[in-house]
Every structure is written in structure tokens, then in C-alpha cells.
Design a protein around this ligand. Structure first.
Ligand code: NAG
Ligand code: NAG
Ligand code: NAG
Ligand code: NAG
Ligand code: NAG
Ligand code: NAG
Ligand code: NAG
Ligand code: NAG
Ligand code: NAG
Length: 371
């Protein structure tokens, strides 16, 4: 299903794909009715709700030295049971949203999370929420929540690099710090936070830098927001939202637009653009070389697809950091500071809510207002 039918030329689709691949039917959205855990209430403590999705933090290996190839499977109750210190700082309610590695987190899970977190934070007695998540795509879910959750209360996304069974497992302390943060007045009005390994970062900028190392979440240019000293969160700055953050109301959304990321490189196959569109993409993000570039052959293929269909294409950068501007005459939209996976989330949301090309261009431009 296309989300903005206005720019689709059905004849073109027939041209590029003889037998169209149907998009999977969107699932009916079911809100939670069941709370999976609830610890005893101490009325003088804040209340934090944990949404568990799986990941390494919920994984077990067969030995205490195994740090890859382990199995996801611990439930939210077991995560909390492993850190009794949590119950001295907060009353905990918990929901098991899914129990998968984060490579398998999908729109069903992220939409469920956004809907449920908005509901939870609307309750006066709730101070904040924690989402436990695999680290591989953690920044995508965190950025999604940054845009889809509308609350001044903290949303803290946390994971671990070592399974619960490992020597020096990092999950328990990360979870304690995340709950501390979610219950902290000082963490309010800072958007969605990513907290691991003593560091507190903004979901807007933080990205996973290393596939294996414990100290992997960084925001190189924009910097961190704070740090834990003796399990107390210290912040470097007064509370502020990232410049240009937009909130999207997805209350009525049951599925999200399809956005593909194409990775530019030497000899990039120009056929990928038409193939992506033919497979149902509503938008395309290019992880470009340098500041959003690609070969002249690939660029021409992208432009001919754009000319024929108007499908929005956002240029990002395959380099870890950097900025891609929009040009006046170009057909691609500059992705600003967003890395490809975050540009994809933003484009996906805009398309889901029916933004047209000009509105999407404006949305990306607004993210980085000119001085
Ligand atoms: C409830 O929490 C307060 C504040 O931390 C603490 O002083 C008190 O001992 C707790 N009560 C119980 C019954 O644990
Ligand atoms: C936590 O929830 C309990 C039970 O609803 C409530 O009595 C208490 O006031 C809440 N704590 C805070 C800090 O709001
Ligand atoms: C919780 O706090 C009480 C009172 O300070 C202390 O005796 C107990 O050891 C603490 N429990 C944990 C698990 O830290
Ligand atoms: C997302 O993953 C969940 C859990 O594995 C699954 O139930 C659901 O069908 C998936 N949704 C989509 C759109 O693939
Ligand atoms: C979304 O809009 C609805 C009204 O349609 C409102 O009730 C709800 O609070 C809004 N949600 C968010 C997250 O702003
Ligand atoms: C977010 O909430 C504020 C009030 O708290 C409201 O004015 C605004 O419209 C909401 N934004 C969205 C996108 O629903
Ligand atoms: C959601 O749908 C309802 C019913 O059609 C409508 O009244 C409401 O404005 C919609 N909310 C948003 C945020 O689109
Ligand atoms: C993409 O499809 C359009 C429309 O059918 C066609 O004109 C163009 O040559 C195709 N480009 C490539 C690189 O196959
Ligand atoms: C796309 O359209 C523009 C404006 O009409 C034209 O200048 C350009 O040559 C076209 N590009 C391709 C690859 O067809």
C-alpha cells in the first residue's frame, strides 16, 4: 500500500514490475491488556514502567565466556529479579512487548511501544519509562520514540553488549542506571535518552559505533548529555530538546510506510532504484559517498525514477558523521546530520502521515534551522 497516492503513476509500476509484489497486510493494532509484572508499591517511591523487547540484555550463553551466538529469552521479570537494588529506588511495572534480537524489531513492535508509552506517560503516577532493547538497532527505536512520544517525562532506551551469563555482564548495571534516569526529575524535557555504560546520550544523535565493544554508543560531534557517577546521573547541560525535533501523532497508524536504504559504493548497480520502487518502496534513503553522493550512472537512474514517479529520495552519508545539505535544483532531499537509519525513520513517519515531497523537504530542512 502506498501512503501518498498523489505522486504515484500506476502505469509506471506496471512497467517496472509485471506481477507486483503485494505489501504484507497491516496487522490490527492490539493494545496491551495484561501487565506482566508489578512489584510491591512503596508510595514514597517513583513509579517506572519497563517495556522489554529482547536483545542481549535478555540473553543467556552456554558458558560465562560466550559473548556471541547466545540466545535471547529472559523475560522482564527475570531482568528485574537480577537487580533487586532497583526496587529500592522505584516501584516497577513491566510489559513484555516482544523477545527478539533487535535486528528483528519491526514496525509492529515499534508502533506498539509508541502507543503504549504514550498511554503510560499520560498517567500522573508514572515518572518515566525504560525500554530494554537489543543494541544493534537500538538507535532506530529510540529515534522513533523521540518522534512518536509526546511527553516531558523521560523515555530511556537501554541494552547490553554482554549476555546476562557473561563474566562482567553489563546488563544489570545498565538497567539500574536506566531506571534511575527514568525516575529522575533532572532527566525530564530532554527527549528520548539512550543510556549504556555510564553514558547518557540523546536518541537524536547517539549511534552504535562498534559491533562488539562494550563502549559502543557515542554521539561524536553533538556530544553526550551526561554521565553516571556512583549511580547518580550528572548532566552537562540544562534540559533542552534537540533543535528541530518534530513530534508525530501516530495514534491512528496501524502500519508504517516502506522506506529502503540503498548503500552507495563504487560500481553501484543503477537497477537498485527501480527494483526498490517495484518492490513497494514509498521512499528511498541513499547512504551516499561523501556528503550524499553517488556515481553519475546511479544518480541518473535515481533521477529517472524520480522523474517518472516523484518518489521522495533522501541523501544521507555512509560516513559515520557529517551533514548532507538540500540543494535548490537537485531532486534529492538533504538528510542533514541524520545518519541513513535515522533519516529512514523520519522519512517513514512523514510518509505514513501523508506528507508530500515539498513538506518532506521542509521537514528535513527544519531539523537543522539555518542560523
Ligand atoms: C519506602 O521508600 C522510602 C524512601 O526510599 C524508604 O525510606 C522506606 O523505608 C521504604 N519503605 C519500605 C516499607 O520499604
Ligand atoms: C507511585 O504509585 C503509587 C500507587 O499508584 C502512588 O501512591 C505514588 O504516589 C506514586 N509515586 C509517585 C512518586 O508518584
Ligand atoms: C534496600 O535498602 C535497604 C535500606 O537502606 C537496605 O537494607 C537493603 O540492603 C537495600 N537492598 C538492596 C538490594 O540494595
Ligand atoms: C514483527 O515481529 C513480530 C514478532 O516477531 C511479529 O509477530 C510481527 O508479525 C512482525 N510484523 C511485521 C510487520 O512483520
Ligand atoms: C494524538 O492525537 C489525539 C487526538 O486525535 C490525542 O488524544 C493524543 O493525545 C495525541 N497523542 C500524542 C502522542 O500527542
Ligand atoms: C504534544 O502535546 C502538546 C501538549 O502537551 C500538544 O500541544 C501537541 O499538539 C502535541 N503534539 C502532537 C504531535 O500531538
Ligand atoms: C484519529 O482518527 C480520529 C477518528 O477518525 C480523528 O478524530 C482524529 O483526529 C485522528 N487523530 C489524529 C492524530 O490523526
Ligand atoms: C527505470 O524505469 C524507468 C521506467 O520504466 C526506465 O525509463 C528506466 O530506464 C529504468 N532505469 C533503469 C536503470 O533500469
Ligand atoms: C528529469 O527531469 C528534469 C526536469 O524535467 C530533466 O532536466 C532531467 O534531465 C530528467 N532526468 C532524467 C534522468 O531523465
Amino acid at each position: 500500500m502506498r501512503f501518498s497516492p498523489a505522486y504515484v503513476l500506476p502505469a509506471f509500476r506496471a512497467l517496472v514490475l509485471a506481477s507486483p509484489i503485494a505489501h504484507p497486510e497491516s496487522e490490527t493494532h492490539t493494545l496491551f491488556v495484561r501487565q506482566d509484572i508489578q512489584t510491591p508499591i512503596n508510595a514514597s517511591l517513583p513509579n517506572v514502567t519497563i517495556f522489554a523487547t529482547g536483545g542481549t540484555i535478555a540473553s543467556q550463553g552456554t558458558t560465562n565466556t560466550q559473548t556471541i551466538g547466545y540466545q535471547v529469552g529472559l523475560g522482564v521479570q527475570q531482568l528485574v529479579d537480577a537487580v533487586p537494588e532497583i526496587l529500592n529506588i522505584s516501584n516497577i511495572a513491566g510489559y513484555q512487548i516482544s523477545n527478539v534480537d533487535s535486528g528483528s524489531v519491526n514496525q509492529t513492535i515499534s508502533l506498539k511501544l509508541a502507543h503504549q508509552i504514550n498511554e503510560e506517560l499520560a498517567k500522573d503516577e508514572i515518572s518515566g519509562v525504560v525500554v530494554t532493547h537489543g543494541t544493534d538497532t537500538l538507535e532506530e527505536t529510540a529515534f522513533f520514540l523521540e518522534l512518536a512520544v509526546n511527553s516531558s517525562k523521560p523515555v530511556v532506551v537501554v541494552g547490553a553488549m554482554r549476555p546476562a551469563t557473561a563474566l562482567s555482564a553489563d546488563g544489570p548495571l545498565n538497567l539500574l542506571q536506566a531506571v534511575t534516569l527514568a525516575a529522575s526529575e533532572n532527566a525530564k524535557d530532554r527527549g528520548t535518552l539512550i543510556s549504556l555504560n555510564d553514558r547518557i546520550g540523546s536518541a537524536f544523535y547517539t549511534t552504535k559505533n562498534n559491533a562488539n565493544s562494550l563502549d559502543t554508543f557515542f554521539s561524536t560531534e553533538a556530544g553526550q548529555l551526561g554521565f553516571f557517577i556512583n549511580q547518580v546521573p550528572y548532566f552537562y547541560y540544562a534540559p533542552a530538546a534537540p533543535l528541530g525535533v518534530t513530534h508525530f501523532n501516530l495514534t491512528n497508524a496501524t502500519s508504517l510506510a516502506q522506506v529502503d536504504i540503498l548503500y552507495a559504493h563504487q560500481d553501484m548497480d543503477p537497477a537498485l532504484f527501480n527494483a526498490s520502487y517495484a518492490a513497494g518502496a514509498d521512499g528511498i534513503v541513499v547512504a551516499g559517498v561523501g556528503a550524499g553522493g553517488m556515481s553519475s550512472v546511479a544518480s541518473e537512474a535515481a533521477e529517472s525514477l524520480f522523474n517518472a514517479t516523484g518518489i521522495p529520495m533522501v541523501s544521507s552519508h555512509r560516513s559515520a558523521d557529517g551533514f548532507v545539505p538540500s540543494s535548490e535544483e537537485g531532486f534529492t532531499i538533504g538528510g542533514g546530520f541524520y545518519n541513513p537509519q535515522k533519516a529512514r525513520v523520519l522519512l517513514q513517519m512523514a510518509l505514513t502521515l501523508g506528507y508530500d515531497y515539498d513538506e518532506i523537504k521542509e521537514l528535513f530542512a527544519q531539523s537543522y534551522p539555518m542560523p
